[in-house]
Design a protein around this ligand. Structure first.
Ligand code: PHE
Length: 358
């Protein structure tokens, strides 16, 4: 075997022995690299006579080509083998369910808010909104609570820092300012509910600094207190999914309604549980009344022509009652165990409309 044949054999053996791309590259460098053995042969051509070069040139060139081809072929083999190995290793079963475990849940407040919106939508109420950061006028003054009105003290208000003019915005203490915004933005009749966040500096088992209310406002030329009672009763029956609901209207006072009442719903506390509709305990669920003519005047509605009712209910309380949740504070602690226990599956729970309640 000539030296040339021995060299070629050695190189081709090394190519075949290479098990991965890196080893193969090593072989390529020792053969075809700048200091490689084949490159050395090519350089030697330079020192040959023209005749010698004529015979040896093609031989060296062909050798070089064969080596390069062998390396390219081996590289392809190695790459294909690596891909096959990866495909075998990284098998996935596309028929598996996307998520074997449900990971998120709908918070009871969201669920109950949707239920409330749905029930009132069927009665013809639209949803209205207002800002959480409210000015003093909308939150108090326009609602017949002037700067010195004692009822302001009942609200444990969170005040923001004063602006240049000395005015202080507040975190709205109730959803009633949405009544004012609704009336100022349109013309009667009005028939809206306004669910949303409200804030008061208060914290115990049934109070949290941030809580949720839903306001209702119905205004036209004939609405009276009977409509108010009927509407609340219909709502309670649909919401609690019962044919009868024991409730009482207790005379009360709100500066923005006249007359005013508070609505309680019968319940029993059995240990940690609340049982609804029976027993001697009462749970206050809302304040209500006929819109005070002064409020109409403040909001630009003709009080000699229009009348209406309003109420404001605690959404969190309604959720506690309906779903037997004992402590309000836990609503906002983001404890995953609590959320899994009291939360609702996004897709599983049919809405009230599809359940055909009422
Ligand atoms: N805004 C009152 C509160 O938060 C509730 C209410 C609303 C009462 C509408 C009467 C009419 O206590």
């Amino acid at each position: 075997m000539s030296d040339l044949e021995t060299l070629e054999q050695e190189i081709l053996d090394a190519v075949r022995a290479a098990q991965d791309v890196r080893a193969l590259d090593q072989v390529r460098v020792t053969a075809l690299g700048k200091k490689g053995k084949v490159s050395a042969l090519m350089r030697a051509l330079g020192g040959m006579t023209p005749e010698e070069r004529k015979t040896m040139g093609p031989i060296y060139n062909q050798l070089k080509d064969r080596v390069a081809d062998a390396i390219a072929a081996r590289r392809q083999e190695i790459e294909e083998a690596e891909l096959d190995a990866r495909l075998a290793r990284e098998r996935i079963d596309v028929t598996l369910p996307v998520r074997p475990e449900p990971v998120g849940s709908v918070h009871p407040v969201s669920q109950v808010t949707e239920e409330i919106i749905e029930i009132f939508a069927e009665m013809g109420f639209a949803v209205a909104e207002g800002p959480d950061i409210e000015d003093d006028w909308h939150n108090f003054t326009a609602l017949n609570m002037g700067p010195e009105h004692p009822a302001r003290q009942m609200h444990d208000t969170f005040y923001l820092a004063p602006d240049e003019a000395g005015g202080r915005k507040v975190l709205r203490t109730h959803t009633s300012p949405v009544q004012i915004r609704t009336m100022m933005a349109g013309k009667p009749p009005f028939k809206v509910i306004a669910p949303g966040r409200t804030y008061r500096s208060d914290s115990d088992a049934t109070h949290t600094p941030m809580f949720h209310q839903v306001e209702a406002l119905m205004v036209d030329e004939t609405t009276h207190m009977g409509h108010l009672k009927g509407c609340i009763e219909e709502f309670c029956k649909a919401f609690f999914e019962v044919s009868e609901v024991r409730m009482r209207f207790r005379p009360s006072y709100f500066p923005f309604t006249e007359p005013s009442a508070e609505v309680d719903i019968a319940c029993t506390f059995k240990g940690d549980e609340i049982v609804l509709g029976e027993g001697d305990d009462w749970m206050e669920i809302m304040g209500c009344g006929m819109v005070n003519p002064r409020v109409f005047e403040n909001a630009g509605v003709d009080s000699t022509r229009y009348q209406g009712f309003a109420f404001g209910a605690g959404i969190d309380r309604l959720a506690m009652l309906k779903y037997g949740i004992p402590d309000l504070r836990q609503f906002f602690e983001s404890d995953l165990r609590w959320l899994r226990h009291y939360g609702f599956a996004a897709l599983d729970i049919p809405t009230l409309a599809t359940r055909g309640v009422r």
